[in-house]
Write a protein that binds this ligand. Structure first.
Ligand code: 5GP
Ligand code: ZN
Length: 111
């Protein structure tokens, strides 16, 4: 997808070290961490919103959540973490390529 920063990162056009990568998704460190550990899990399929999800996107998201769970220790998240998917303007979504925030490495404040 043109002009999508996450598609560019996935394609390697913008260098960004991978914490994890496979054929369906990448995990990178957020450039502006909001917690001691702040990862972004980014599906390689471009779609912006949960409301745009079809079969393929749903499969990819299911895969991402299963993979995240299997990587908890590797990521240092075994004591617990927060999962956030911002949606649209009111949700504070700034990059319109769906991504899963993983925050942890410390006790997080409540909402
Ligand atoms: P959103 O606000 O859309 O839910 O989250 C976008 C996130 O992407 C923000 O937390 C922001 O810090 C992060 N981000 C934006 N541009 C880059 C980048 O070029 N590299 C990395 N690693 N993170 C980015
Ligand atoms: Zn994209």
């Amino acid at each position: 997808m043109e002009n999508c920063i996450f598609c560019k990162i996935i394609a390697g056009e913008i260098p960004s070290p991978r914490v994890y990568e496979d054929d369906k998704m990448i995990i990178i460190n957020d450039i502006e961490p909001k917690a001691k550990l702040h990862y972004l899990c980014i599906p390689k399929t471009h779609f912006a919103l949960l409301s745009e999800m079809g079969e393929r996107e749903a499969e990819v998201l299911k895969y991402c959540f299963e993979k995240i769970a299997s990587l908890e220790e590797t990521l240092g998240l075994q004591e617990g973490y927060r999962v956030i998917i911002n949606q649209g303007e009111n949700g504070g979504q700034t990059v319109r390529h769906l991504h899963i925030h993983l925050l942890g490495g410390e006790v997080l404040g409540g909402f």
